[in-house]
Ligand binder design. Sequence first.
Ligand code: FAD
Length: 389
Amino acid sequence: MDFNLSEELLGLQQSVRRLAQDKIKPRARDIDITGTYPQDMFDEFKKADLLGLCIPEEYGGSGAGIMGLTLTIEEVTKYSNVLGLMLLLTRLPTGPIMIAGTEEQKQRYLPGIAKGTQRAAFCLSEPGAGSDVAGMQSRVVEDPSASGGYVLNGTKCWISGGMQADWFVVFAKTGDPSSRLHTDIGAFIVDANSSGVTRPRVDRKMGVKGIDTTEIVFSDVKVAANQVIGGGFALIMQSLNAMRPIVAARGLGLAEGALMYATEYVKNRQAFGKTIAEFQGIQWEIAKCATEIEAARLLTYRAASLADEGHFTKEYVPYLSMCKYYASEVAVKASGLAVQLLGAAGYMEDHPVEMYYRDARQLTIVEGTSQVQLGLIGKGVLGHDLWWD
Ligand SMILES: Cc1cc2nc3c(=O)[nH]c(=O)nc-3n(C[C@H](O)[C@H](O)[C@H](O)COP(=O)(O)OP(=O)(O)OC[C@H]3O[C@@H](n4cnc5c(N)ncnc54)[C@H](O)[C@@H]3O)c2cc1C
C-alpha cells in the first residue's frame, strides 16, 4: 500500500496551490459579492491547462484523470468553491460521453472542453424529480423526418453553468414518461443553439455565486441520431458514481480552507489575557475537525483512485458514495466551526468564513444529497458490496 502521490501529481498539486494562493485567494470574495461569471479565472485555468485534466490525451486533455482533477479542485476550493465548480463542470457533462459515447462524439465534444473553447452542462434534475431520477418527465419521441433521430420535450432545472454552456447532456424518457423502467431513459447531446432551447430563468441562490444555476426548456428540439448517447439509468448512475471524489474534493478543500483561516485567527485573537488558541476547548475543536478532514481526504483519494481504474460500477458504490457524503458533511461542519471560532467577526463579510458556510450547504445537496448517499451506502452494506469478512 502506497499512500504517496506520484511525482507528476505532486507537481500538479504544487503548481495549482501557487495559482490558488496568487490568483484565486485575492479574487474569491469579489466573485461571491458580484455573482458575475468569472471569465478571467476561466482564462487562467485555460492558460494553466487545467480544463482538460480528466480528458484523455487523444481527445486534447492532459490525462491526469479523476485523481488529477480531485487534487486540483481540493487546492482551488481552499479559497473559492465556485471555481472548484468551474473545474468540476469539465467532467460532469463529459463523463457520459467518455463512458458511453461514440468515437465520433468523443472527437467532436471533448477537445473543445479541454481547450476551453467550449463549455457544457449536465441536465438531469427537473422541478418534480431531483433525488427521484426515474421520476423525470422529459421525453423523446422518434422523429419521423430523421432516421434514428428524436424530438425532445421537457424542463430541466438548477442546471449549473447552464447559461454559459455551448452544449448539454440531457436525460429523458424514451418511452412512456410515467414508466419507471431503468431501460426507458436515454442520454442525448443537445447543442445550446438548437431551435426550441430556451433558458428562461436564472436562480437566486445563497452561495456558490458566480456560476448560475438555470432552468432550461426543451420544446420540440430535434436530436439527430449521432447525438444519441443511449445508456439508460445505469449510465446516469455510473456517471455520477465516477464524479463522487470530484464533488468530495470541493468539500475537502473548503473544509481545509475554513479550518486554516480560523486557526490563524484564534492564534491572534485575545480574550481573558491570552490568545483564544491557548484554551484547550478551542484546541480540541480544531483537533476534531482536522481529524475529520484527514479521514475525508483518505476516503476521497481512495475513491478517485478507484474511479480512475474504471471501478465506478455498482459494487464500488459504497466507497464512492462515502467520500461524497463524508467530505460534504465535513465541509458544513468545518465552515460552521470557523464561523463560531471567529465569533461576531465570523458572521460578518469582512472574513470569508460566512461565505464558506453558505457555499458548503450546496455540497450536501448536489449530485445526490447526503440522505441519498446514505441510502446507497446502506444498500451496499446490506448487499455485502461492502463487507469485512
Ligand atoms: C446549486 C445547485 C446546483 C445544481 N446543479 C445541478 C446540475 O448541474 N444538474 C442537475 O441535473 N441538477 C443540479 N442540481 C440539482 C440537484 O442535483 C438536486 O437538488 C438534488 O439531486 C436533490 O434533488 P431535490 O432538490 O429535488 O431534492 P428532493 O429530491 O426533493 O429531496 C428533498 C429532501 O428529501 C430528502 N430525500 C429525498 N429522497 C429521499 C430518500 N429516499 N430517503 C431519505 N431522504 C430523501 C433529500 O435528501 C432532501 O433532503 C443542483 C442543485 C443545486 C442546489
